[in-house]
Structure formats: C-alpha cells, structure tokens
Write a protein that binds this ligand. Structure first.
Ligand SMILES: Nc1ncnc2c1ncn2[C@@H]1O[C@H](COP(=O)(O)OP(=O)(O)OP(=O)(O)O)[C@@H](O)[C@H]1O
Length: 256
C-alpha cells in the first residue's frame, strides 16, 4: 500500500520582504492525521509560512504541498482539501454570521439544503445563535466571535487539513472548550490540523507533534515528546530561542 502523502509538506519554502528574510528555506513534513503545533517568538515567520502553505502569499522560493498537491500549481484542488483560519481574518463586515456561512457554502458549490443545515448547527455549537437572532453583523462581532465564525467558514466544506493561525486568541474559556472538542473530533475522524500558538501548555495539551520556529527557520520538530525531550515545551522553547532578562537598572523609571 502507498504511504499517504503528508498533510502538508514544505520543500525549501522561503519568503523575503525586500532585504528581510521572513522564512528561510523551511523543509517540513506534517504527518497525515496529526495535530501539529507551530510555535515561535513574535516575528519568527509562523504566519508567513502558514500564508504560503494556504495560497494566501506567494513564496519567494520553494514549494508547499497539501496532501501531495502543490498549492501554487493547482490551487483549486489544494484549497478544496484545506480549511483555513488566517491571522487578522478579513471578513465581509456587512453580513450576519449566518449570511456569511450561507454565502461561503454556496460559493464553495455545496448544496443549499446542506449549507443551511451546517450553518444552523455551527452557529448553535459556537454559541453565535443569539447574535444571529439579533441580526448582529460580522463587523460588530467581538474578536473572539470573529475567530469562531472564521473557524466555521474553515469547516463548512469538510476539508481534510485545517490550518489555524492562533485559533484560541481572544476566545473565552467556555468557547475554548467547544473549540477543543471540535478540533479533537476533526482529528479523530482522520483529519489533520496545524495550528500556531504562543500558549505552550495549550500546545502540549492538544498537539501530538510540534515544530519550533525562530528567525525564519525550524529549530526543532517531531513528536511532542521528542521536541520537549523530558522537560516542558516552554523550557525547550526558551532554551532554543533564548530569553531576555531585564537588568536591575533597566526600566527602573516605570515605578518611580
Ligand atoms: N507584509 C510584510 N512586509 C514586510 N515584512 C513582513 C511582512 N509580513 C511579515 N513581515 C516580517 O516577516 C517576519 C515574520 O513575520 P510573521 O508575521 O510571519 O511572524 P510570526 O511568527 O507570525 O509572528 P507573531 O507571533 O508575532 O504573529 C517579521 O519580521 C515581519 O516583520
């Protein structure tokens, strides 16, 4: 039997902005069926990598493949397999959440009755029903509500690979539990997830694989246990990325 293609595969994936090298020849395989965490300090290149992997940003060099399909050579097929929650999600602001999902589902070519049933279920599970009943527009949603409706759009067309940029950011604890159950169910059903996060305990709790990124490169990757090597993920992260300690004199004025 053929080995299944990686959920995502990056070959020498690079991106520069002028002289700034944001992502520097990244090679990575995300195994199918994995729940994969991508961590790294601010500016490490996580969003840039995920944007190139999902067809939102063109690489300067290298390739990104989704289930063996080159994202930039066959974007239609690749995007059919992908569900994406981008960072700083741009959404149509003048629609309600329900209208947005309906529009999105029809745009994806899904049967109207199926879209209607999935929209109702997603709004209920994500606790956006009340906002819908009140006719709240997406432009009036809170940051956490935007994350939730963004996740709903990512799930609607039943993708096999979910790419989520900081999905838990600004999401309240109750909604975070719902989000976790949805994501766990997605992986249990055979899907693959890649998420970026700054919250190490969350990544340790959710993910079975992890990559640590710093200054545009992958500095460690593998199963969670391989990467944390007997310590915590945070210890390993600080060890690899370095920490900044304040001298006693620095910022002494802030409490004066
Ligand atoms: N459109 C752009 N133009 C210029 N530089 C950019 C652009 N997008 C990203 N960069 C730079 O590329 C580097 C990587 O940014 P990126 O947003 O990918 O980091 P990140 O790991 O997602 O950071 P954070 O954790 O803070 O979200 C940073 O130095 C950033 O300033």
């Amino acid at each position: 039997m053929d080995t299944p293609a990686p959920a995502l595969r990056f070959d020498g994936l690079s991106r520069h902005f002028g002289d700034k090298v944001a992502v520097d020849a990244v090679d990575l395989r995300i195994p199918p069926g994995s729940f994969y965490g991508l961590v790294g300090p601010n500016g490490a290149g996580k969003t840039t990598v995920l944007s190139m992997a999902t067809g939102l940003l063109r690489p300067s060099a290298g390739r990104a493949l989704v289930r063996g399909i080159d994202v930039w050579e066959d974007p239609v097929a690749a995007k059919r397999a992908l569900g994406v929650l981008p960072d700083g999600l741009a959404l149509p602001e003048r629609l309600t959440g329900g209208e947005l999902l309906t529009y999105w589902g029809r745009f994806r070519g899904i049967d109207a009755a199926v879209v209607a049933a999935r929209t109702t279920e997603l709004l209920r599970i994500l606790e956006l029903e009340e906002a819908e009943r009140l006719g709240t527009l997406v432009g009036e949603y809170s940051t956490g509500m935007r994350k939730k409706i963004g996740l709903a759009t990512a799930l609607l067309h039943t993708p096999t690979v979910l790419v989520l940029d900081e999905p838990y950011e600004a999401v309240d604890p109750v909604s975070a539990r719902v989000l976790t159950s949805i994501l766990r169910r997605f992986v249990a059903a055979g899907g693959s997830i890649v998420l970026s996060s700054h919250v190490m305990p969350l990544v340790e709790q959710l993910c079975d694989h992890v990559a640590i990124m710093a200054a545009g490169r992958i500095v460690a990757d593998g199963t969670l246990d391989e990467v944390r090597a007997g310590g915590t993920l945070e210890d390993r992260f600080v060890e690899l990325v370095g920490s900044t300690e304040l001298d006693a004199e620095e910022l002494s004025w802030i409490a004066s």
